[in-house]
Design a protein around this ligand. Structure first.
Ligand SMILES: NC(=O)c1ccc[n+]([C@@H]2O[C@H](COP(=O)([O-])OP(=O)(O)OC[C@H]3O[C@@H](n4cnc5c(N)ncnc54)[C@H](OP(=O)(O)O)[C@@H]3O)[C@@H](O)[C@H]2O)c1
Length: 266
């Protein structure tokens, strides 16, 4: 008989629905692989009447965070609500209660990661945030554990999918920024309010998290230089092509003498 571990889910949107499927519908569930029985006990949402991407027993849904954060039976809290507040407070409350927390929230981790990780250590709880940066690639744990003994010189890459889609489409279709953005929004690749992506803020949050782990320092978000792709024109893309180059939004953090420079720009 496997040990039963109860999970509380905060949020049932794009990511939360995926978590729900993995926890309940997978052929070989995460729990089976880990040798435990994972049981989804409750799910926090704003609007329980809303149509969902997944078929959920309405009895699991709640609008009261206390039924998850204050439930001593719940061992693991998965935060996939997004936004800074109340997500930060809920994560802190769960950690204070000694629960293990998993979050995909780059905004909270970029702004409050150090304080929340300290709280987790104090309470003997774990705070996992791999999904907050490059969710499909195990980069954060690699930096934290496998590369812990190395002196990392630089971390850089393309960390925002929406801007990469836009720049790639501008390049391949010869269209201007506004036209491709409208198309990406219609296809659901870009948010209705795409500011966080196109202005580089999403990439800057991810870079602050990556750089803090790579260089073992706290990189404040407001110290990350940030320029987005709004001003890139079809003419810029064509000029780059003539030089044999492509324009990408890069996130770059590197050692520079005794300091670390962190910047996001095309
Ligand atoms: N989408 C991605 O591809 C992706 C990838 C990596 C990481 N992330 C991160 O994952 C997190 C979730 O993103 P998402 O795209 O899944 O968001 P989303 O689709 O907007 O879903 C958010 C969910 O949280 C619930 N919620 C939000 N605020 C709440 C509140 N104050 N009280 C109760 N419930 C609340 C919403 O409830 P209702 O459904 O009732 O409105 C919804 O179910 C974010 O931190 C995001 O940055 C997203």
């Amino acid at each position: 008989m496997h040990k039963s571990i109860k999970v509380g889910l905060l949020g049932l949107g794009t990511v939360g629905s995926g978590v729900y499927r993995i926890l309940t519908e997978g052929k070989t569930t995460v729990g089976e692989k880990a040798g435990v029985k994972l049981e989804l006990k409750r799910i926090l949402v704003r609007d329980p009447g809303r149509k969902r991407r997944v078929d959920v027993d309405a009895g699991l849904l709640t609008t009261d965070p206390g039924t998850i954060l204050g439930d001593p039976e719940i061992d693991i809290v998965v935060e996939v609500m997004g936004g800074e507040e109340p997500a930060r407070s809920y994560i802190a409350e769960a950690l204070r209660a000694g629960k293990q927390v998993v979050t995909a929230n780059k905004e909270v981790m970029a702004k409050h990661g150090a304080e929340l990780l300290r709280l987790a250590r104090e309470r003997g709880a774990d705070l996992f945030f791999e999904a907050s940066v490059a969710g499909g690639i195990p980069i954060l744990r690699t930096l934290q554990e496998s590369l812990a003994g190395e002196e990392v010189e630089a971390v850089y890459g393309i960390v925002n999918g929406t801007t990469n889609y836009i720049l790639t489409a501008m390049d391949s279709k010869g269209l201007d920024f506004a036209a491709v953005l409208a198309e990406a929004q219609a296809l659901g690749y870009a948010e209705a309010d795409p500011t966080a992506d196109i202005a580089g803020h999403d990439a800057a949050r991810k870079l602050a998290i990556l750089a803090s782990l790579a260089f073992n320092i706290q990189v404040p978000l407001d110290q990350v230089y940030c320029r987005g792709i709004e001003e890139i024109t079809a003419a810029d893309i064509a000029a780059a092509r003539e030089l044999g180059c492509r324009i990408k939004l890069l996130a770059i953090a590197r050692r520079n003498g005794g300091r670390v420079e962190a910047r996001v720009h095309p």
